[in-house]
Design a binder for this molecule. Structure first.
Ligand SMILES: Nc1ncnc2c1ncn2[C@@H]1O[C@H](COP(=O)(O)OP(=O)(O)OP(=O)(O)O)[C@@H](O)[C@H]1O
Ligand SMILES: [Mg+2]
Length: 351
């Protein structure tokens, strides 16, 4: 008759292809019960948004099925998200396992759109997710994600409301006035720190952080105050955007922020009448910069009216049209990002 040791041994021969280690070493296996020829166990993925989910599930199940004497395998899949930071310590972002910053060189390339869809896609996968709108100049995440009510304030603490499964906090919570704030360096740093310390996130697997464009004080403060799990650089395909995307990437590298990769937005326009693709802003720039900088290329998102309409309406495309090609592209991107974060977390664990 098979034993639970046999099961662990069989699973120790199955490797997670991304992390390069076996499922037992990665502590992905628990609750093994062997009853005659029947084996039940739980496979805990390192993220519910696992890009290799079905491959891993199949490999684990097959390995156990191959043990002599096993007649039936019941496997549950769960997840325990790997952390790139110590969530139990300190007053800055307590309870948050991973901070994913979304930045760009040029403004208006779609950082906020990408951030919102990333956050919503991760939440839909089953992860606990927050979005932090750190754009001191134009905080528009509450509008894009469809936040209707004011956040609850208890003393000097802010309880972020949950919308589409995502907890939301914004620089705009502090500065309601329509008159433009003339930000000077230290003020920006202070405001970002306030946002980082006064919000009660509870427990989060991922906090997606939407940055203002460029490499100014807000980005610097964030990178220096919180260990970032990594940064996603958003660019459009044209030369003018690429050269400053490379500069932003270099700055974050200098600050020792892990680069998760580059996503190209507004890659092409699909004619709603004839379906023809037009490469308005040139072609292949995002892929090129990723390869030149030796970072992951995380995908391309076309310029589609529905993406803009849905963000204007406060119902991100991932929620409004989950089966649309754009939603699928955003979801694939989100899963790639989650996979990259697991890799970064694992690299930290080994150190
Ligand atoms: N793939 C897309 N298809 C169509 N419209 C898009 C797409 N991505 C972004 N947009 C639209 O382009 C505009 C700018 O996008 P967004 O606000 O996300 O950019 P941003 O980089 O955050 O800008 P800023 O630098 O001002 O913060 C918005 O109106 C948004 O709806
Ligand atoms: Mg923005």
């Amino acid at each position: 008759m098979p034993t639970s040791e046999d099961v662990m041994k069989a699973l120790s021969l199955v490797k997670d292809p991304e992390l390069g280690r076996d499922l037992v070493t990665l502590r992905m296996v628990e609750d093994v019960v062997v009853n005659g020829g029947k084996v039940t166990f739980t496979l805990n993925l390192t993220t519910p948004a696992c890009p290799l989910r079905s491959r891993l599930e199949e490999a684990a199940k097959d390995a156990v099925k191959g043990i002599p004497g096993v007649t039936e395998v019941q496997m549950k899949t769960g997840s325990v998200v790997f952390a790139t930071r110590d969530a139990s310590q300190g007053e800055v972002l307590k309870g948050v396992k991973n901070v994913i910053a979304v930045a760009s060189g040029k403004g208006g390339v779609g950082k906020s759109t990408v951030s919102v869809n990333l956050a919503v896609a991760l939440a839909a996968s089953g992860a606990k997710v927050g979005i932090l709108d750190a754009d001191v100049y134009g905080p528009n995440i509450p509008h894009m994600i469809g936040m209707k009510n004011e956040p609850e304030v208890r003393g000097n603490r802010i309880i972020p409301p949950m919308i589409h499964g995502v907890k939301v906090a914004s620089m705009g919570f502090f500065y309601k006035d329509e008159t433009p704030v003339i930000w000077r360096g230290p003020l920006v740093a202070g405001a970002v720190k306030q946002l980082l310390t006064q919000v009660d996130w509870g427990e989060l697997d991922y906090l997606v952080c939407d940055m203002p464009p460029g490499t100014g004080d807000a980005s610097l403060t964030l990178a220096q105050t919180v260990p970032l799990g990594g940064i996603v650089i958003v660019t459009t395909p044209q030369e003018a955007a690429l050269s400053i995307a490379a500069k932003a990437l270099a700055m974050f590298r200098r600050l020792d922020v892990p680069i998760l990769g580059v996503i190209e937005n507004m890659s092409y326009f699909v004619c709603p009448h004839c379906g023809e693709k037009s490469y308005i802003f040139s072609k292949g720039g995002g892929r090129k910069i990723a390869s030149e900088q030796n970072v992951e290329f995380l995908g391309e998102i076309p310029l589609v009216t529905a993406v803009r309409e849905q963000t204007d309406a406060g119902i991100p495309i991932i929620i409004a049209k989950p089966g649309s090609p754009e939603a699928i592209m955003f979801r694939d991107f989100a899963y790639k990002v989650a996979g990259m974060v697991s890799i970064m977390a694992f690299a930290k664990m080994k150190r």
